[in-house]
Design a protein. Structure first.
Length: 244
RNA sequence: UGACUGUACUUCCACUAA
């Protein structure tokens, strides 16, 4: 089963959905019973592709084979709905999930918060954050990054920065993604100086800038017509073994 | 008894599919 599932995941990632689904039939023919993970893999990709009808088919196949949908299955579906802006449907799935005795975890909440934010339902997202807290499902930097990105995208850099500080106060260490998002925001706002400071700060804290960080900084300098700095960063990036 | 192998959530760009 593991070998089949691994191959199936690879096919899915390569976008060869159809072959992945054929593989499911193939493995049954070989007397190999697909398990929950196998189905989750397929459901994930079909969900991303927005092919809800196939998702439903797979879901039924799964249940008739005696595989119970688990947190992964539900969260996968919830996430697919959330990224497509169908947040209310996602909450419907959440209800079903809970009724079936399946407990939502951090990933589930993160997906929902992401969906709410994408639909500009910020207050509800914040409300959900409090629900998480009550349920002892602690938000992580991942969760905060969803909010950070939203503020940056809206050009509300002060809000983003406040949140960034708040994270630190709540002893949630910003991760490299948090820094990348903030640097992007500063760059967009033309606040080169501060972007540079943040860039320095992250390195002091032991984060190695990644391709995205460099892209952000280079774009930031480019916008500020500081071509020399941009070029210098570019070569530094290469020196650090970071391929453009 | 426990650990280990395959599946889910966030940031730039490109690619692919429609």
């Amino acid at each position: 089963v593991v070998a089949f599932t691994t191959l199936m995941d690879a096919l899915c990632r390569a976008g060869r959905l159809h072959q992945a689904r054929e593989l499911l039939i193939e493995m049954r023919r070989n007397g190999c019973r697909p398990d929950g993970m196998t189905y989750n893999t397929l459901i994930h990709k079909y969900g991303d592709a927005g092919d809800i009808s196939v998702v439903c088919e797979l879901w039924e196949e799964m249940e008739t084979e005696g595989c119970k949908p688990d947190v992964f299955t539900f969260t996968t579906l919830i996430n697919a709905l959330c990224t497509r802006g169908k947040v209310d449907d996602a909450f419907g799935v959440l209800d079903k999930m809970i009724k079936k005795g399946c407990v939502p975890n951090l990933h589930t909440y993160n997906s929902l918060i992401g969906g709410l934010i994408k639909s500009n339902r910020l207050e509800e997202a914040q409300k959900l954050l409090r629900v998480m807290y009550r349920k002892r499902c602690e938000a992580t930097s991942f969760t905060y990054n969803l909010f950070l990105d939203h503020y940056v995208e809206e050009g509300q850099f002060n809000e983003a920065y406040q949140l960034f500080l708040q994270m630190k106060r709540n002893s949630i260490t910003p991760d490299i993604v948090s820094y990348n998002i903030c640097i992007e925001g500063l760059g967009k706002a033309g606040r080169v100086r501060e972007a540079k400071d943040l860039f320095a700060e992250m390195r002091q804290l032991g984060f190695s800038p990644d391709v995205i960080t460099y892209n952000m900084m280079i774009r930031c300098y480019g916008k500020a017509v500081k071509v020399d700095e941009a070029i210098q960063l570019f070569s530094e990036m290469m020196d650090n073994g970071c391929a453009p």
